[in-house]
Design a protein around this ligand. Structure first.
Ligand code: HEC
Length: 164
């Protein structure tokens, strides 16, 4: 009887210390879309949304209209010169359809890796130019272009109206 108890308690002690030693969450590894090199996502003051994204690979701003509006404003200054006013394509390819040069961009993790780490030629890394939180906002607007074009256009209109 006593022996059995001892075994049970040592197992629970083992479990308890095991859990205590486990890191709270393990972050995903982000790699350059072309280079495959590990991207350094450290060194910024992370928002809870950025932390969530780096753990799940899912953009928590997807579908969030406020985030899309902010995302479009960032896009219009940081990206539209090359990708076009509504991401219809210019020097850089269109980002408003389901065709991707790099199929990894179909997933949010891949899209982040392309924007944060850059791709070929003029598509330089946005690391250091935009915060990771800003990149997630831009991504929310880009995703809406294909998944919810009406909302994406409303985000554009909200900005244009304010500035006209
Ligand atoms: C100086 C011009 C320039 C700017 C600024 C720029 N891009 Fe690009 N972008 C390009 C070019 C050129 C390519 C094609 C590169 C390639 O195919 O590797 C590209 C490719 C991409 C791709 C991959 C598309 C695909 O079909 O797989 C994404 C996503 C992207 N850009 C997003 C952005 C976002 C978001 C911004 C703003 C934060 C931005 N770019 C800013 C020129 C630019």
């Amino acid at each position: 009887m006593f022996k059995k108890l001892a075994v049970v308690s040592s197992i629970s002690l083992l479990l308890a210390t095991g859990f205590a030693l486990m890191p709270a969450q393990a972050e995903l590894e982000f790699r350059g879309t072309i280079s495959g090199d590990i991207l350094d996502t450290s060194g910024e003051e992370d928002t809870p949304q950025v932390l969530e994204f780096r753990n799940t690979g899912q953009n928590p701003y997807n579908g969030d209209f406020e985030a899309m509006k902010k995302g479009y404003v960032i896009f219009s200054t940081a990206c539209s010169g090359c990708h076009g006013h509504l991401a219809e394509g210019k020097l850089g390819p269109a980002l408003n359809d389901d065709y991707w040069t790099y199929p990894t961009n179909l997933e949010d993790k891949g899209l982040f890796e392309t924007i944060f780490g850059g791709a070929a030629g003029m598509m330089g890394p946005q690391q250091g130019l935009l915060t990771q939180d800003e990149i997630l906002h831009v991504m929310a607007w880009i995703r809406a272009l294909e998944k919810d074009p009406k909302k994406a256009q409303e985000a554009v209109d909200a900005f244009e109206k304010k500035n006209s």
